[in-house]
Design a protein around this ligand. Structure first.
Ligand code: ZN
Length: 185
């Protein structure tokens, strides 16, 4: 990891991200680092106050921006709505406008121009939440689409196509902090 210039970390919700890793990259290794949270977490539970849904999303957005001020990373979102628990990615994509969310992910890749994209989750049921599984599927598609000028050409007035060099999975549980290729679906 010593030679990397920039890393885009990608997951579904505020607090999905591996803040220790983002801090280690941004501060320890001086790698340009960003976290792309597909949603703003407006479907989560608020245990400390009365705010729900959009207001909760606002609070969690502020929390993420605060976290990035501490760990030194940048923060991006997409238009994907956190509608609460989802069983699997198929269900998630019935509610999200998949092409629209994909275009947002492609936009962030073209704008931030990461050398490496790291997903928090695998593209399988092991991801647990449908939003998590969907976040990896979108990362896989966006990794290719961002480099393809035929995809979302309307963006090219403002950004250029971008091919990230690697797409990796930040394995979790006892393997936390390690990386592997994206496992097959
Ligand atoms: Zn999550």
């Amino acid at each position: 990891m010593n030679t990397l210039g920039s890393v885009l970390y990608l997951a579904a919700h505020p607090d999905d991200e591996n803040t220790a890793l983002i801090a280690a990259l941004a501060q320890g290794r001086l790698v340009r680092t960003a976290y792309l949270s597909l949603t703003r977490g407006d479907g989560g539970q608020n245990l400390i106050g009365p705010e729900q849904r959009e207001l909760l999303g606002l609070i969690r957005t502020q929390e993420l921006l605060q976290a990035r001020r501490i760990d030194g990373g940048e923060q991006f979102f997409t238009r994907a709505n956190d509608f609460g628990f989802s069983k699997n990615a198929t269900e998630t994509f019935q509610i999200w406008d998949k092409e629209a969310v994909l275009s947002d992910v492609v936009w962030v890749i073209r704008k931030f121009r990461p050398d490496v994209i790291i997903t928090r989750f695998p593209p399988t049921r092991e991801a647990g939440h449908g939003h998590h599984e969907a976040s990896c599927l979108l990362a896989i598609e966006a990794f290719e689409a961002a480099a393809d000028p035929a995809r979302f050409p309307e963006q090219l007035a403002l950004v250029k196509p971008w091919q990230a060099r690697r797409l990796l999975w930040n394995c979790y549980s006892r393997r936390n902090g390690q990386f592997s290729n994206i496992p097959p679906r």
